[in-house]
Design a protein around this ligand. Structure first.
Ligand code: PLP
Length: 273
């Protein structure tokens, strides 16, 4: 290190799956961390053979290797915040949870409860949903379900959450039932009108609605990954949770607007706008 070394930016860790197409997962997270002037690290829990059209196959990284990656980074680098993305199965969730508890980093953890890709590929096995609920969520600082993920977490039938009021109730219920301090219910899949995301904060028991214009675009692959990564980066910079969420939503919105064509399916957002 030279005498004139610049100050180190905050380090942010993603624990997620790789998207060979570069649009979602680890790749989206690292691009987002970079765009937020943070230092990105990654623990890869699964590989996907994937492009903008579909997830063609998935290979789970052995749990022992997941543990080793996490122990390696936590033992050396001062990490300020982390996020989880695609976690695939029970063994993966257990490896992540045990490594988190063993290292007890005492930093914010953003959980993106990824279940199914926009293109239809399954990214969390059915029998792992309970492990996500019971083992991972109690460690989370903030969780970012979309409408279907909120329904699954709460064991509700599909299409039970279709209004802003129902999103508010779901956010409160997830926060209280699983002990998560901040819940962001993402309204992007609500039909028509502006996009409304609902934030429930357990400490104040308040819900806040954040409204943004809907951007008509097919370049939305990896938007969930990007949002949770941007929130983690903002928390690493010591932003208050509600501000971290507001700025992250703005980032995703602008990155969709700036997207350029990639591939023949749902293209990625543009992180370098
Ligand atoms: N592939 C990987 C590896 C992911 O982690 C995710 C989301 O977290 C996706 C695909 C899903 O991306 P999307 O539903 O935005 O296409």
């Amino acid at each position: 290190m030279s005498v004139n070394s610049p100050a180190s930016p905050p380090a942010v860790l993603t624990i997620a799956g790789s998207d060979s197409g570069g649009g979602a997962g680890i790749q989206a997270d690292l691009k987002t961390f970079m765009a937020h002037a943070t230092y990105g690290l990654s623990a890869v829990v699964a590989l996907t053979a994937q492009n903008t059209q579909s997830v063609q196959s998935v290979f789970a990284v052995p749990p022992s290797m997941i543990s080793e990656q996490l122990d390696a980074v936590f033992s050396d680098i001062s990490i300020k915040a982390a996020k989880t993305g695609m976690l695939m199965d029970c063994a993966t969730i257990e490896a992540v949870v045990n490594a988190w508890k063993r290292n007890a980093p005492g930093i914010p953890l953003v959980v993106d409860p990824v279940m199914v890709a926009t293109s239809g590929g399954r990214l969390l096995k059915e029998d792992a949903i309970d492990a996500l609920r019971q083992k991972l969520l109690p460690l989370a600082t903030l969780v970012t379900p979309n409408l279907r993920e909120a329904e699954v977490l709460l064991d509700m039938p599909e299409h039970s959450i279709e209004t802003i009021e129902e999103m508010q109730v779901a956010g409160r219920e997830i926060g209280q039932r699983f002990g998560v301090p901040v819940v962001v219910v993402k309204g992007g899949h609500l039909a028509n009108g502006p996009i409304v995301d609902v934030v429930f904060e357990s400490k104040s028991q308040e819900t806040t609605c954040i409204e943004n214009p809907r951007v008509a675009s097919t370049s939305t692959h990896g938007t969930g990954c990007t949002l949770s990564a941007a929130i983690a980066a903002n928390l690493a910079k010591d932003m208050a949770p509600l501000d971290a969420v507001r700025y992250a939503i703005k980032y995703v919105n602008q990155a969709i607007q700036a997207a350029y064509p990639v591939g023949h399916g749902h293209g990625p957002v543009n992180h370098a706008y």
